[in-house]
Design a protein around this ligand. Structure first.
Ligand code: ADP
Ligand code: MG
Length: 340
């Protein structure tokens, strides 16, 4: 079982300036798996920009051209779970052996390996074996290797062996062609000015772009209304309001250090100067509040602290904001800045 989704292929992965390099590197790999210098091929970019789609497309294309090759798509999360299970069941060697026999291994969202030393270790050995035997490895990640946190150096250096290609936010033209293609495949007619209106106003990522158009189609058919520019305006407005921008821990650290006019590196430093400690504690507090990251992961990303330090920071911020007026103002100001 390859776990590949045939609905994610190259035909419906539309090309634009924002994805041209990654797409053509993916094509090159699909034509000659293991036979290019793009090994591993690492595709990175923000949420909803097409990493998973492209990863499947490469696998689907390889399976089409080389049916005899074993291709496996797996998320880093699932890989980690399988590894943990294998350790529990004492079948770690079988796990390694299974992966070493694969011709094309595709692992999605490798940032998930961050901080998981056991999984990184086992993946390191599997990677080396595959690479030495001319097998292809394809990885996706939300960050470039240089920006990855808590991934062992030896693994990061392997990630850099091949090609890292970025998926960027699609430009206006690409957004139009993605929308038109989707409408065409769904058999929906929509006037050009409306498609353009949506493409002009939803700029964040492809997933939201698709979400807006689906919502527009649904609105018009539920209410038996024609798709007019007026309806589009309503739907898009609601959509933009409802889709909260994804706040990352990096972004939080940037906003907090800007607010206190210090560098992110100062915020993360080991110093015990009071105003820096407070800034760091606020960053931890907001990371807990605005992201789904665990205490341990927050700590490791904000100056390599442990989970107890983060827990302490959150309590301190809670206490201070009920006893200290100035501090409460910090919390309010930052909450506003971060919820924009
Ligand atoms: P990611 O894994 O980066 O979060 P996905 O691969 O899940 O993003 O893509 C989100 C949605 O956008 C999917 O429905 C995908 O098919 C679509 N999409 C992304 N890029 C393109 C593209 N270039 N052409 C067509 N659809 C795209
Ligand atoms: Mg994905």
């Amino acid at each position: 079982e390859s776990q590949l989704n045939p609905n994610y292929n190259f035909d419906n992965f539309l090309e634009g300036d924002s994805n041209r390099l990654a797409r053509s590197a993916g094509m090159a790999v699909a034509n000659k798996p293991g036979g290019t210098s793009f090994n591993p091929l690492l595709v990175f970019g923000g949420v909803g920009l097409g990493k998973t789609h492209l990863a499947h497309a490469i696998g689907v294309e390889i399976k089409d051209k080389y049916p005899e090759k074993t291709v496996l798509y797996i998320s880093a999360e699932k890989f980690t779970q399988q590894y943990i299970d294998s350790v529990k069941k004492n079948t770690r060697n079988d796990f390694i052996h299974f992966y070493q026999l694969i011709d094309v291994l595709i692992i999605d969202d490798v940032q998930f390996f961050s901080g998981k030393t056991g999984t990184q270790d086992v993946f390191f050995h599997i990677f080396n074996h595959l690479h030495q035997n001319g097998k292809q490895v394809i990885l996706t990640s939300d960050k470039a290797p240089v920006d990855m946190q808590d991934i062992e150096q030896r693994l990061l250096s392997r990630f850099k062996w091949g090609l890292s290609a970025e998926l960027q936010n699609p430009d206006f033209e690409t957004r139009i062609s993605i929308l038109k293609n989707k409408l065409y495949r769904d058999g929906v007619d929509m006037p050009d000015d409306i498609v353009e209106y949506v493409a002009k106003n939803i700029k964040t990522n492809v997933r939201e772009l698709e979400g807006a158009i689906i919502s527009l189609i649904a609105q018009s058919s539920f209410n038996k209304r024609e798709v007019t520019l007026e309806l589009a305006t309503q739907v898009v407005e609601k959509f933009v309001k409802n889709t909260k921008r994804e706040v990352s821990i990096d972004y939080i650290q940037k906003v907090v250090s800007d607010y206190f006019q210090m560098d992110v590196s100062t915020l993360q430093s080991k110093t015990r100067k009071r105003h820096i400690v407070q800034a760091r504690q606020l960053a931890m507090f907001f990371a807990k509040k605005f992201t789904k990251a665990s205490l341990a992961s927050i700590g490791s990303q904000i100056g390599k602290r442990d989970h107890a330090t983060v827990l302490h920071a959150c309590k301190t911020v809670d206490n201070l904001s009920s006893t200290d007026k100035q501090f409460r103002k910090y919390v309010e100001d930052l909450t506003k800045k971060l919820s924009l």
